[in-house]
Design a protein around this ligand. Sequence first.
Ligand code: ASP
Length: 308
Amino acid sequence: MTQSGWTLVIHGGAGMMTRDRITPEQDAGARSALGLALDAGSAVLAAGGSALDAVEAAVRVLEDDPHFNAGRGAALTHEGVAELDAAIMEGTGRDAGAVAGVTGTRHPVSLARAVMEQSRHVLLGGEGADLFSREHGLEQAGQDWLVLPERRRQLEELQARGAGAFDVDMKYGTVGAVARDSAGHVAAATSTGGVTGKRWGRIGDSPLIGAGTYADDRAGAVSATGSGEYFIRAGVAHEICARVRLAGVPLRVAADAVMADVLALGGKGGVIVTGPEGEPVWSFTTAGMYRGRAGSDGERTIAIYGDE
Ligand code: ASP
């Protein structure tokens, strides 16, 4: 790509996405939402905007869309509550912000950005993060907006399987975006409801800088999705960037190797990555991943299944 080119890659989660498990309506709805998210982020980048603004814009679209497990339509806790996690990071100064277990914000990714820009902290959790959200004027959304009947049904189905049952569906995913802007900077953002039936304040990889989200202009930007506990243990997002920066490994090779490492630990999922040269990469060890990419070279792809 040219020096002034831009790249945007987005995901809507990785999991058991096969043609026999996804209805035509789900397929079409998810593709159209991914298209709108690509449009929102691309508009920012095409106008010369920052990677940071682009990833936030793309993720906000997906947070509002009920097809994905983030914002409206998030997976529910054991108690039936939407507890949302999100993170955002920019690659120049490695500024980052994140929230975990928030229950009253329409766009957790924007709350994560407010933590980054309007506090001295990186990660806020629970009631404190909800309070920060209200105090900083973030758009509030009640559980009546965030919780959808389909997610209640999934929770009930899971609970009917008995204690110990864990996120059976793996079909509605976390959302994320990575971008490289025309100034050569990268950024990443991830937003999720976590896993269905989570308890005890469980937090996954998505809001943890270095696990589910990372950006460093010297290496690239990464947003992950999958079985978060394994992604935390492998330090996925930072590990990919470290391999690129310290070992000179190409992004694709680093992403595939780290996904293989997660698989060896027992975890599955995927990542989207873009580097300082704007190369778009995705890598996943699940049947499918909701994903899309767009670029200043005219590239525009939306896909769900592994064979696309
Ligand atoms: N990684 C997320 C979590 O563990 C879930 C997902 O990506 O579907 O919270």
